[in-house]
Design a binder for this molecule. Structure first.
Ligand code: FES
Length: 214
């Protein structure tokens, strides 16, 4: 008996595994190196800082680029392949440019039957894009997401990884309207929304850039 295995990204995955700019400019590299040193100092082993460092480079580019992979590898004395293997394992690390607000609709089993599929259809029509795409103004990226362990509150939407529980097509449209009018909605649980790159910086364990400038 023989078994054929097809290796590589799933056919429906957007874009190549890692793409984008290959290098940072000297000033960006210098700024990121200072931030990286702050993060790495929190861990007994430098390589343990890889996950927050990936959020750091995601906060710079809006996704994990070739430059970001190389930066993390150089900071932690890892190979590009080792960093890419981690970055492509976790779905929070994005491989295509991300809008200011990443709107994820759960279409896993319970959310789907409670209305998640209808919500995703509604938002695709409302935004004029398919799941996985970003609006031309760069404001919103729409995606479908897998179960976020919030099934009690199905169907759920996550915006920049904050929960919006018990949604309907109508309330989902309202969330989009609030984003479009510059008044991002407050999550059902959690903190006030901020743009995607600021969220990524927070996940890296750093204050949002605009707070540091105050
Ligand atoms: S199925 Fe949507 S949160 Fe579990």
């Amino acid at each position: 008996m023989s078994i054929d295995l097809v290796l590589g990204p799933r056919p429906e995955e957007p874009g190549p595994p890692i793409s984008g700019p290959t290098h940072y400019t000297a000033d960006v590299e210098q700024r990121l190196t200072v931030d990286a040193a702050t993060i790495i100092a929190r861990y007994p082993q430098p390589r343990s800082a890889l996950l927050p460092l990936l959020h750091l480079v995601q906060s710079e580019d809006g996704y994990v680029t070739t430059a970001g992979i190389g930066f993390c590898a150089a900071q932690l004395d890892l190979t590009d392949a080792e960093v890419a293997a981690v970055a492509t394992f976790y779905s929070m690390y994005r491989r295509t440019p991300t809008g200011d607000y990443l709107v994820g609709v759960c279409t896993n089993t319970l959310c789907a039957i409670m209305g998640g599929d209808a919500i995703l259809d509604t938002l695709e029509r409302e935004l004029g894009i398919h799941a996985g795409d970003t609006t031309t103004d760069g404001a919103i990226t729409l995606e479908h997401i897998e179960c976020n362990a919030a099934c009690d509150y199905a169907p759920v939407i996550m915006i920049n990884w904050e929960f919006f529980d018990n949604q309907t097509p109508a309330t989902a449209r309202q969330l989009i309207d609030q984003i479009r009018t510059g008044q991002p909605p407050h999550p059902t649980r959690g903190t006030q929304l901020c743009p995607f790159r600021d969220t990524a910086r927070t996940l890296a364990g750093l204050a949002p850039t605009h707070e540091e400038e105050v």
